[in-house]
Design a protein around this ligand. Structure first.
Ligand SMILES: NC(=O)C1=CN([C@@H]2O[C@H](COP(=O)(O)OP(=O)(O)OC[C@H]3O[C@@H](n4cnc5c(N)ncnc54)[C@H](OP(=O)(O)O)[C@@H]3O)[C@@H](O)[C@H]2O)C=CC1
Ligand SMILES: CCCCCC/C=C/C(=O)O
Length: 486
């Protein structure tokens, strides 16, 4: 299979494909070349209103929310079947729109997307309540039980860094719970999710269950967030926009799930097996060109292993092949757009200016596309910008420590708290350190534990609530108490 020659590019509202009401479009560029891949419908307030109205009418009418859970699960499984059938086409669309190696899509994004749909399909008929004994009401016994009800209309605001996978992390539990949704992809990665809406139509979801609006964050996204017809917002993206959404949602008490930035530490203890650790640390640092909230960018190394780690990581960075995402030899693609490439380049310059030692990479490649070479700094100190800010690019900083206590202190010295890695062969040390790390997930001798069955979300400025697992299902429901006085 080669690169697609055309892409679905409209809005999907009330079961129909629609251009923007204004007729406006925006150009989606290929990160590896800067060429236009597609002209995409640019939704404004009228389109968002129409999408919310469709989702609202479908939810309030009850066709979807009161459908037996097993039937909702059947449709989610059907969507999973269709995505598995079209996995290669989706892998190619993603590789082109993200500029990311096809291999990563085949190994991670497609399998996890299909698995997540199936996992939540399995929950759709298990939305069980509880029976809770109490002392009764005015001397009379009561029968108290709870029921789990879908929250209503959910706005799903999805970033560009793993659009299909993260979109499905939100879509699957929302639909399993009986919510209806309006999904807004990022303007930087609209194509795979728009193609997913085609599959939802083919699967046979009733009109208005799954609506999708393409458009700009500050217009279409902001309108969705403030819309009185939206009950729940699930967002993944920057901490800055997460704060705006939390403020905008507060007056209407909208339910929120916010999965925000990260600055993950990777702690290499003195007893770590470096053969395994270096490979894993490099993966956690460079996968998706470092454009993940879980990127392990602060590499904290026991001083006894510091020189070995700096040398090995620099070697790993220099050996990465950059290029065409569809080429089987490519191990790293391009950053998402020129603005982001320039921001990453300026953070690299700040690292040099603030005195970190550049041991690999350091340059953006100017010819065509938005490439930055994998970059490793040594001698990082806690106040440097490269140690404090989320870079979202292939840039790591190695820092020495002398004791486990110092490693924990350095690891926690950040406003973020999404995930961490711990490299050690000492099981007791691993389980002593893991609880001390203020993060939502700790991987021991591995990188981010991403699986539909495991909760994913952050402490501190990394967000509120969890994607994935049973917790995500609960986040699209309210628990109602029913109490019968006997
Ligand atoms: N935690 C994570 O996974 C991610 C973190 N980031 C971090 O954020 C930085 C900036 O990336 P960026 O793409 O600008 O991330 P944003 O937070 O701006 O974008 C995330 C999503 O929110 C939308 N959005 C933007 N502004 C608003 C708004 N006011 N109201 C509602 N929705 C909005 C975006 O739409 P649109 O793209 O169309 O503007 C996109 O769909 C990255 O460099 C990285 O550090 C980014 C993406 C994912
Ligand atoms: C290779 C992509 C991995 C994505 C890991 C999960 C990221 C979540 C996020 O950035 O929000």
């Amino acid at each position: 299979m080669s690169a697609p020659t055309s892409y679905p590019n409209r809005n999907f509202i009330a079961g129909e494909w629609r251009a923007a009401a204004s007729g406006a479009t925006f150009a989606k560029l290929a990160p590896t070349s800067g060429a236009v891949l597609a002209e995409v419908a640019n939704a404004g307030a009228a389109d968002v209103d129409a999408a919310v109205a469709a989702a609202r009418a479908q939810f309030d009418g009850g066709e979807w929310s009161r459908l037996p859970g097993a039937e909702r699960g059947r449709l989610l499984n059907k969507l999973a079947d269709l995505l598995a059938r079209d996995a290669e086409r989706f892998a190619h669309i993603l590789a082109m729109e993200q500029g990311r190696p096809l291999m990563e899509m085949r190994m991670l994004d497609l399998p996890m997307s299909v698995d997540t749909l199936r996992y939540f399909a399995g929950w759709a008929d298990k939305l069980e309540g509880r029976q809770i004994p109490t002392a009764g009401f005015m001397g009379r016994p009561t029968l108290n039980y709870t029921i789990r009800e879908a929250i209503g209309v959910a706005a799903l605001i999805v970033p560009w860094n793993a659009p299909l996978m993260i979109g499905i992390w939100k879509l699957a539990p929302a639909l399993a719970a009986g919510c209806t949704v309006v999904l807004k992809p990022s303007e930087d990665a609209p194509l795979a999710l728009t193609a997913l809406a085609e599959l939802a139509a083919e699967a046979g979801f009733p009109a208005g269950v799954f609506n999708l609006v393409n458009g700009m964050g500050p217009e279409a996204g902001a309108t969705l967030v403030k819309h009185p017809g939206v009950d729940k917002i699930s967002f993944t993206g920057s901490t800055e926009v997460g704060r705006i959404i939390a403020r905008e949602a507060a007056p209407l008490f909208k339910r929120l799930t916010l999965e925000l930035g990260g600055k993950a530490p990777q702690i290499i203890c003195q007893d770590a097996d470096l053969n395994i650790a270096i490979m894993g640390v490099a993966m956690g640092l460079f996968v998706n060109q470092g454009q993940t909230c879980a990127a392990g960018t602060r590499i904290l190394v026991h001083r006894s292993r510091y020189d070995d780690v700096v040398g090995a990581l620099a070697g790993a960075a220099k050996s990465v092949t950059l290029g065409d995402p569809l080429d089987a030899n490519t191990r790293m693609g391009a950053l998402i757009n020129a603005r982001h490439r320039d921001r990453v380049a300026s953070l690299i310059e700040s690292g040099i200016a603030e005195g970190a030692a550049l041991v690999a990479g350091g340059e953006a490649l100017p010819d065509s596309g938005f490439f930055v070479r994998p970059t490793v700094f040594a001698g990082g100190t806690p106040q440097m910008r490269i140690m404090r800010e989320e870079i979202f690019g292939p840039v790591g900083v190695v820092v020495p420590f002398d004791s486990d206590e110092e490693a924990v202190r350095l690891a926690n010295d950040t406003p973020f708290g999404l995930s961490a890695s711990l490299w050690t062969q000492d099981v007791a040390r691993a389980h002593t350190l893991a609880p001390k790390l203020r993060v939502g997930a700790v991987a021991i001798n591995g990188w981010s534990p991403l699986d539909a069955r495991l909760p994913w979300g952050g402490y501190k400025d990394s967000g509120v609530g969890r994607d994935l697992s049973r917790l995500a299902l609960d986040a699209y429901t309210e628990e109602k108490v029913v109490s019968l006085v006997m």
